[in-house]
Design a protein around this ligand. Structure first.
Ligand SMILES: [Zn+2]
Length: 110
C-alpha cells in the first residue's frame, strides 16, 4: 500500500540521519549537542516533506487525490484501486489550508 511505502521511507530517512549524526560525531570528533540539534531539525524537515501530500484527501492505498469525490456511507471509494478511505468532510469541502505540520488522521478501521 502507498501509505506503508511512505512510512518505510520516513523510517529510512530517520535511520539515515541518525547514522549520519553518529558518524559525524564519532569520526570528526564534533561536539554532540550541535550535531544532534541539526539532526533533529533535518528529521523534522524531512518528515514534513514526506507528509505534505497527506494534507489533501489522499487514497491510502494508491496515493491518488480524492478531492472532489462524493463520500458514501462508509467513506470514499478510490476510483484507482477500490479501497474505501475515511476522509474528513471538512477537507473535501476545500477547507482553508492550514500550516500545521502534524500527522494527518489515519484511516478508520471498522
Ligand atoms: Zn486508491
Amino acid at each position: 500500500m502507498w501509505i506503508q511505502k511512505v512510512r518505510l521511507k520516513a523510517l529510512a530517512w530517520v535511520a539515515a540521519i541518525a547514522l549520519a549524526a553518529v558518524g559525524a560525531i564519532s569520526i570528526f570528533a564534533i561536539p554532540a549537542i550541535p550535531v544532534l540539534g541539526v539532526a533533529v531539525a533535518v528529521v523534522a524537515v524531512a518528515l514534513n516533506q514526506l507528509g505534505h501530500r497527506l494534507t489533501q484527501p489522499t487514497c491510502y492505498g494508491c496515493g491518488s487525490n480524492l478531492t472532489g469525490q462524493t463520500p458514501g456511507q462508509y467513506g470514499i471509494v478510490c476510483r484507482g484501486c477500490g479501497i474505501i478511505n475515511h476522509v474528513d468532510p471538512r477537507r473535501l469541502a476545500g477547507a482553508p489550508k492550514s500550516d500545521h505540520a502534524g500527522p494527518p488522521e489515519g484511516p478508520v478501521s471498522t
